[in-house]
Structures are given as C-alpha cells and as structure tokens.
Write a protein that binds this ligand. Structure first.
Ligand SMILES: Cc1cc2nc3c(=O)[nH]c(=O)nc-3n(C[C@H](O)[C@H](O)[C@H](O)COP(=O)(O)OP(=O)(O)OC[C@H]3O[C@@H](n4cnc5c(N)ncnc54)[C@H](O)[C@@H]3O)c2cc1C
Length: 299
C-alpha cells in the first residue's frame, strides 16, 4: 500500500483501496490505493496538475483487456468510463468521442447517423480509450483505420492534439510519440453508408455468440495471433482446451479465451497463460504473446 495524498477538494470524490476485481471483466485484481473517476477533461487536468508528481498513475477503461494482479495497483487509478462520455457528430462524416464512451455506443450511434463502417465497434466490450490504446479490432476493422485526430493528456494534466501519423500503429499495438500520455478523446472519420442497418450489427454479434464464450468471465482473446496462424488453433491442437489451474481454465468453446469460473486469482490466470505458452512452444515451436495487459503487483 502507498499512502497517497490527493489534491485538496478531491478527497471526498476518490475511493481508497478500491478492489479492481469489481472493474475488470475477468473479475480478478487486488485494490487500487486510489480510484478516481473525473467529472470531465478539465476536472481531470486539474487533478493531475495538483497531484504529487511521484505518485504513479494508471488508466483503466472497462477492464476488458487487463489482468490486474492480486496485490493490486499502487498509486492512482483513473477511470474515464461514465465520465468522459461526450459523443458528437462534428459534420457530415466526422464524429468526436471522449475516451470513456463504450465502443458499442459509437458503433450503434454511427449507424443511426448513417455512417460506416463502424459495425465492428459494436462487439468490443471496452471504452474508446482502451480501443485507442490497443488498436482494438474485429471482422477486418481496426480502431486506428478511422482515427483523424486524438486528444491526449499527460501526467501533469496538459492536453495535446496529435495526428495519427505521430503513432506507430500495428496489430493490437500502438506506440505513442512520447511516453506518459493517455487518450482523452478522438475524432473519427466515417463514410455515408446508406446500407448500414442494425441487422448487420445483429448478425456480427450472433456470429460472436456462436464462436465465443460470451457471458463467461474473460478478457476476450488472451494471445495475439502469430503471423499466418491463429492462436486458438495452436492452443486447441496442443490439447489444451479445458486445461485448468484452480478456477482459471482454457475455454472449451474458444481456445484463445481463458475463463474465470468463479474464484480464480490473477496468479491462477497467469499460471494458465504460462502453461499455454510453454506447451504451445514445445508442441508447435511458436511462442504466443499475450494481447492482454498485465497491471499491478503479485500477492
Ligand atoms: C468478451 C470479450 C470480447 C472481446 N473482443 C475483442 C475483439 O473482438 N477485438 C479486440 O480488439 N478486443 C476485444 N476484446 C478486448 C477488449 O475489449 C479491447 O481490447 C478493448 O479495447 C479494451 O478496452 P477497455 O476500456 O476495457 O480497456 P482496459 O482493459 O481497461 O485497458 C486496456 C489497456 O489500455 C489502457 N488504457 C485504457 N484506457 C486508456 C486511455 N484512455 N488512454 C490510454 N490508455 C488506456 C490500459 O492502461 C490498459 O493497458 C474483448 C474482450 C472481451 C471481454
């Protein structure tokens, strides 16, 4: 634990020792020393400008792609979900969305405005901030294909506008021009799409439901696909479907998903991840790399 002094006026608005298992789709993770949901971008800027520079800061969106370890996260955890939630149409083809907006909301709203292609956002259970950090994608679409501009905030609360050309963007990978900046908003460019309909989103969600263990506690695909192959195929062919450590197990429906069956700890999930990596490497000669981001400290 770290005794964090927060800027005056904020004490009543933060939560101390907030269990992060309440904020991750895997339902694991120890406490954050301080959990802070800002009111808006200006409020967050003021908080960070006054926060002692030595205090570590971590951002978590909807916690759908993080493995928070059992001893939790030291310092302040900032969550823009439910706070940085503005979503507006700027003109015929441009939409500005803040980092706390759920991807699904952008997918559905773009459709209502007759803009596309944005269906793929509808199936991603995270925030746009998380999608920007991960270059989240599905069904051939990727977040950064649609980004015209991002707005970032640094550790001192300074906001910047940046162009996509300043980032090295790849498959589930985004390298920023400077370390220590987070996304607070982005402007996306779409095209008028007269054929866009809720049917297309429904069909894609049905496909997802048929092939993935939706509704169980997971973080989606755990490993990135190696070039020219699929992590799920390699894991299944190595005989690992159903492999368990405690309550953490490889899904029997989709081998790239690891499920918390109820009482798994982060350590159990990490043990399954390591076993899968080692076994797949021994059987296929390929080392799988986690897509999920590991945060915090082990117990
Ligand atoms: C059932 C299921 C299905 C999924 N399907 C897909 C899929 O099809 N495609 C796909 O790409 N992903 C998928 N995911 C993974 C996940 O939903 C995405 O990666 C999503 O973009 C993560 O967003 P989040 O808000 O949950 O981020 P979090 O998990 O909270 O954070 C992920 C990372 O982003 C960082 N981060 C969060 N917010 C910000 C910010 N504002 N600025 C900078 N960094 C930030 C965090 O520090 C962390 O490193 C799935 C997950 C689940 C549970």
């Amino acid at each position: 634990m770290m005794q964090v002094v927060v800027p005056s006026g904020f004490e009543k608005r933060i939560r101390r020792n907030e269990l992060l298992s309440r904020h991750t789709t895997w339902h694991v993770g120890g406490p954050a020393d301080v959990w802070f949901v800002p009111r808006d971008i200006a409020d967050l800027s003021s908080f960070l400008a006054q926060l002692c520079p030595e205090v570590p800061v971590t951002w978590v969106g909807l916690g759908s792609n993080v493995l928070v370890r059992d001893a939790g996260i030291r310092g302040v955890v900032i969550c823009p979900h439910g706070a940085l939630s503005s979503l507006e149409r700027l003109d015929a083809t441009r939409i500005r969305a803040e980092a706390g907006v759920p991807c699904a909301r952008l997918g559905r709203q773009a459709l209502k405005w007759g803009l596309g292609p944005a269906e793929f956002f509808a199936g991603i259970p995270g925030t746009l901030g998380g999608a920007l950090a991960m270059n989240a994608g599905a069904w051939g679409g990727e977040t950064w294909q649609r980004v015209l501009e991002v707005e970032t905030m640094d550790r001192h609360g300074v906001v910047r506008r940046r162009s996509p050309s300043e980032y090295q963007v790849g498959y589930r990978s985004v390298v920023p021009p400077a370390p220590g900046e987070w996304f607070v908003a982005a402007t996306f460019g779409f095209e008028p799409d007269a054929l866009a309909s809720t049917d297309s989103i429904r069909r894609l969600l049905e496909r997802r439901l048929a092939s993935q263990p939706i509704g169980e506690w997971s973080c989606g695909s755990v490993f990135t696909n190696p070039p020219g192959d699929h992590a799920a195929r390699l894991i299944e062919a190595a005989g690992l479907k159903g492999f368990r450590v405690g309550d953490a197990g490889v899904s029997t429906k989709h081998a790239n998903f690891i499920i918390n069956h109820g009482h798994a700890r982060a350590a159990d999930l990490e043990a399954v991840i390591r076993h899968v990596q080692d076994t797949v490497e021994r059987v296929h000669g390929v080392r799988l790399h986690p897509e999920v981001r590991v945060l915090g400290e082990p117990a």
